[in-house]
Design a protein around this ligand. Sequence first.
Ligand SMILES: Cc1cc2nc3c(=O)[nH]c(=O)nc-3n(C[C@H](O)[C@H](O)[C@H](O)COP(=O)(O)OP(=O)(O)OC[C@H]3O[C@@H](n4cnc5c(N)ncnc54)[C@H](O)[C@@H]3O)c2cc1C
Length: 308
Amino acid sequence: MTSVTNFQAPCPARDDVQLRDHTTFRMGGKVPVLLEPRNRDELVAAVQRLRVDGIPYRMLGGGANILIDDAGLDEAIVLTTGFAFMVRENDEGTELRLGAGLSIPQFVTKTREMGLTGAECLVGVPGTMGGATVMNAGGRHGWLSSIAKRVRYLTPALDEQEDAVGERTFGYRSSMFDACVVLETVVALQRDAPKAVQERIKTILKEKSAAQPLIEPSAGCIFKNPDGHSAGKLIESAGLKGARVGDAEVSTKHGNFIVNRGAATFRDVLQLIRQVRKGVFEHAGVDLHTEVKIWSREPLELSASSRP
Ligand SMILES: Cc1cc2nc3c(=O)[nH]c(=O)nc-3n(C[C@H](O)[C@H](O)[C@H](O)COP(=O)(O)OP(=O)(O)OC[C@H]3O[C@@H](n4cnc5c(N)ncnc54)[C@H](O)[C@@H]3O)c2cc1C
């Protein structure tokens, strides 16, 4: 087994990288190596080499749905943002193949310019198309699953495969790709006038920026919506908007967002997550579960009664 410090990457790579600079929460310590593949071959080779050398790794897109320990991690990180492309898949130009690292906002803008509708489900969502595929990103205006047609990916055994999307491919904030590496997503959109698409985007953005803290550092929604409930409304009803631990604060705009007021630490956020779970459970008898991915060396206990 090769140690992570002696690892020879088959693509550009950097040692001792702070993940804080790669997350929207502005949080996360050092990792020994960050690999930055620039195309599909490099991405596949990077993951295969890590596997052969027995080095644990994690996939990172835009870091918009992750809370990372400031104490750092021992794993290698494969950053997909250099593998970003968009090409036509059919003659009409309504089907597009997207590299995993393509930024979601870029996808929304480009397809609007091309006179295509469908990407509106991802307006105001930061991150990459790979992350959006794994998380089935979206919300009340639709989900990635409503436009995804095929996905090319590496299976957990690292076999490269491309499958049509089926009934079981996506779930609520989840997909069958959780333990896979998403390489490319093919989406099917419809023709529409760019002006009409722009109007819809403007309306959605206006609505979102009134209801969500889109400018402050955060990782989006912290909790999944429990069946029949809105996590944000439950948190608000429990009087927890504005609750604070250190520089971590439950947004006063939207109860399901925790924002970093400047110097919030990983432990501050964890403590606040526990407080919110406890408060909501005591107030409404509902147990909230995290949507945000939490990366740490330590096994974490997030139940409402546990202490940091
Ligand atoms: C202000 C704000 C608003 C948001 N609004 C929304 C919203 O409206 N709807 C919504 O759904 N989400 C929302 N989010 C959350 C986030 O934007 C989405 O979940 C997005 O899809 C994350 O993409 P990413 O590339 O940043 O993924 P990351 O955060 O980098 O990764 C998320 C998970 O996917 C895995 N992953 C990433 N890329 C790959 C890949 N290529 N192959 C395999 N695994 C991979 C990672 O290992 C991790 O487990 C919001 C976040 C913020 C900060």
